[in-house]
Design a protein around this ligand. Structure first.
Ligand code: SF4
Length: 462
């Protein structure tokens, strides 16, 4: 049997030269924190950097000279230089002295610096390290304005056997709650209708900073998933309605129960993405999964009692080392009972550096394939039945794309129900929509038909 592992793309490395006052230093730290969250590593010398950031000072002439000299040194040593900071306001002077700088941005322009780094040293991507699904080559690369990812922390304190995130991204590092909420508020003010909360472990948000409280709009708010969810539920879009807020990568710790009533009240989108990965207690133990507790099925039942429309999405790994036919059947039986709305399945793949690679009893490839086909068959059947039960109902649908009129003048649109996160779940295809419909609009749609993944319908008559 092959023992080949999947290599993770090398992390891009950033060099940083920080000049000037303490404020500039804080800026440098912010930029580096943000870049770290985007998957970059830091180089200790010029030679190891894919790009060098020079955070300049332009207060005095001597400081300007020092900044220009530092830029010159970075160009001589590395060649790929992005300039930011106070002297960035004098882009012409910088370019006159050093025409080969890649980009110049001014002080406190974090977004622009990060964008310049992304352009000149695109972050390494891979299905094992990215939280955000990677678009295919034909997709638009940028998140459309009507939905935005809200990253609340980086890194992870667990050590799941198949995962190398903690080695790559370090321990859990949560953002301040007020910074998270400020970003969410700005995104919604700029037109975002749907916020997708992401992290490696959303339920653990704030553990590393002892759930530190901050004042937000006159209230004390803790860096805790439930406080954050409650506050996100207070946001309003321009038309006065709450934006859709989805929680991804939630582990079923007890406090997750507290966000279900917010879903029932319409303040949070009734959707939870819980990466269960398996159901067999033995395999979960081998996987070293967090929140691996026996009562999950009962909790799912009570969540559905409180919020009948809650959609649960999850992912599962089949063929993990040591998974027997009995373990796999346990998983299938569990799925029959759990009746999850959306399921992604993966065949176990050894990732370079993961501890699972050293486990005994690897599952042969052909057995993995066979189990994969069986789990897909079960989950597609459950999904088809769940979607069929929606036929005849009227559901809110957020529009992602509006098509061109066909030869009969009919315009179609693609959207998603509250049970569908972008990129990973299904779609709702609407026929005969008005030409005034635009991406980001939320309409009420009557569902006419369904298949195993998607729904089909029309805008409901008022
Ligand atoms: S919880 Fe496990 S799978 Fe998720 S990032 Fe942490 S170590 Fe990896």
């Amino acid at each position: 049997m092959s023992t080949a592992t999947t290599a993770i793309p090398d992390q891009k490395k950033i060099g940083m030269v920080s000049l000037g006052c303490p404020k500039a230093l804080v800026d440098s730290e912010r930029i580096l924190t943000r870049l770290r969250a985007d998957g970059y590593a830091f180089a200790e010398d010029y030679a190891g950097a894919d790009v060098v950031l020079v955070n300049t000072c332009g207060f005095l002439d001597s400081a300007k000279e020092e900044s220009l000299a530092a830029i010159g040194e970075a160009i001589a040593e590395n060649g790929r230089v992005i300039v930011t900071g106070c002297m960035g306001e004098e882009a012409d002077a910088i370019r006159a002295a050093h025409p080969s700088v890649l980009a110049v941005t001014g002080a406190h322009q974090y977004e622009q610096v990060v964008e310049a780094v992304h352009t000149h040293a695109p972050p390494s991507q891979g299905p094992f390290i990215d939280l955000i699904p990677q678009p295919s080559d034909t997709d638009i690369k940028l998140t459309p304005r009507h939905y935005s990812y809200l990253k609340i922390s980086e890194g992870c304190n667990h050590s799941c056997a198949f995962c190398i995130i903690p080695q790559l991204r370090g321990k859990l590092a949560s953002r301040r709650i007020d910074a998270v909420l400020r970003e969410a508020e700005k995104l919604v003010a700029a037109g975002t209708k749907e916020l997708l909360v992401i992290s490696q472990d959303t339920s653990a948000y704030g553990v590393d900073i002892r759930h530190e409280s901050r004042t937000w709009h006159g209230r004390e708010v803790r860096a805790h998933m439930t406080d954050m969810a409650r506050e996100l539920g207070q946001l309003r879009t321009a038309d006065g309605t709450p934006p859709w807020v989805r929680l991804h990568y939630v582990y079923p710790y007890p406090h997750v129960d507290q966000v279900i009533p917010l879903m029932a009240e319409g303040l949070l989108t009734p959707y939870l993405d819980i990466p269960f990965q398996h159901a067999s207690p033995k395999v979960l133990k081998l996987m070293k999964r967090p929140a691996n507790e026996a009562k999950v099925l009962e909790r799912l039942k009570s969540w559905r009692e409180i919020c009948p429309d809650i959609a649960i999405r999850s992912s599962f790994v089949v063929g993990f080392p040591g998974e027997t036919e009995e373990d796999f059947r346990y998983l299938l039986d569990w799925l029959e009972e759990a009746q999850l709305d959306r399921v992604g399945a993966f065949r176990f793949e050894p990732v370079e550096g993961a501890t699972a690679n050293a486990l005994p009893d690897p599952v042969p490839e052909e057995v993995k394939e066979e189990r994969y086909a069986r789990i897909m068959e079960v989950t597609e059947r459950i999904s088809a039945a769940k979607l069929a039960a929606k036929v005849g109902r009227t559901l809110p649908v957020i529009i992602d794309e509006v098509g061109e009129a066909d030869e009969d003048g009919d315009i179609g649109a693609t959207g998603r129900s509250q049970a569908d996160a972008p990129e990973i779940d299904g779609a709702v295809y609407l026929r005969n929509v008005p030409s005034t419909l635009a991406p980001g609009d939320i309409v009420e749609a009557t569902i006419e038909d369904a298949d195993a993944h998607d729904l089909f319908g029309v805008i409901a008559q008022k």
